[in-house]
Design a protein around this ligand. Sequence first.
Ligand code: BG6
Length: 467
Amino acid sequence: MGFPENFLWGGAVAANQCEGAYQEAGKGLCIQDVTPHGIVGPRTKEPTEDNMKLVGIDFYHRYKEDIKLFAEMGFKVFRTSIAWSRIFPNGDEEMPNEAGLKFYDDLFDECHKYGIEPLVTLSHYETPLHLAEEYDGWINPKMIGFYKNYVTCVFRRYKDKVKYWLTFNEINSILHEPFLSGGINTPKDKLSQTQLFQAVHHEFVASASAVKIGHAINPDFKIGCMVLSMPVYPLTPNPDDVIAVMEKDHMNMFFADVHVRGTYPGYVKRYFKEHDIELMITEEEREILKNTVDFVSFSYYMSICETADKSLGVQGKGNLLGGVRNPLLKESEWGWQIDPKGLRYVLNTFYDRYQKPLFIVENGLGAVDKLVTGNDGNPTVEDDYRIEYLRDHLLQVAEAVEDGVEVMGYTTWGCIDLVSASTAELKKRYGFIYVDRNDDGTGTLERYKKKSFYWYKKVIETNGESL
Ligand code: BG6
């Protein structure tokens, strides 16, 4: 099995989905603290007790125990995010909150104790609430300054502890979930396309500024973009469907294109013209965009179909980009269609397009797990379905490596059970480690190793040979 030497095997989480401690040590509120139902239900004015994210899996207090378990599996890398509102509680302060900085110092030290390299997302769906309410999030150009202040602060502080950085989680999801992804308070149906794409532009400028600032602080930093990848297949061989696929792809690829090429592509300029979208872009901003990323990272969960004939396609459920159901694929309990070969396809597509190193920073199966008593008398989960899902996907990564694609690493999503982003449930579990916490708030928060824990340990130990 051809995984490269030094392949970065590991797992991924995000602060708001696991840390809890939502008001501890000076942390300010973030948009997740008022979305108890994820993207599917209404927002609340204040944090409410039914919001699972307020406690999460209590990673804030238990990270030492958890990182020890990751080390036992042999993780080389651990992806997490910095909760912006721990460092700048409102987001627009000039001076950071020392207690927040100290927390991540300790967390990164703990990783290094086991030789685990942190991979840090600077903004993972957790904009400080104040920035959403006071400034309307990324619609406002002032956000660029707040973000630059924040990233400068953490780049300086962790310059010897963190090498790999991601600027925005799934940056392309802002077109679909402006509040979650862009902290945009204005309701989606009241937003004009110009406002939405202006917000995208502000994020591009912020992201490219982060690359510039980061490289000046430590030239060894590797700074990547992070996009939600989703291969789009034509529902039929009708050329109109193929063109519909191309256009859908453009709206996704646009994000990585700007990050890698440093300029707006022609197809998007056409789209802007045809939709009366007029953006304010200064010359200085065009220059900033030329600070392109070192690598491209992405999440991969599923593929979708597209058709020009809207009466034909059945809309699939799924994560943020929606799409038409593929009649040939099975789906998860949450309706996400399972397509391991799509991962090889996506890796090849990105590599052919960019010739940049790629990092798969999210992939995994959200499923309902059942605790049973294991042979050693401890609670466990016989999660063969998860093993099968991950094995099938990893085999396709190996195929892509054979195809000549440069893959830096692979971090499974939710390597320890955490709160779902889309539905804010805990019963949608992704982990190798079971966390005893239920959606009604009951549970001891104890951690138990699932069958997949031992399976992944072996995969890492053999650098993929055991697959
Ligand atoms: C990605 C996000 O969209 O998918 C994660 O970056 C999220 O934050 C993951 O958790 C899985 O989605 P969900 O809704 O099952 O948690």
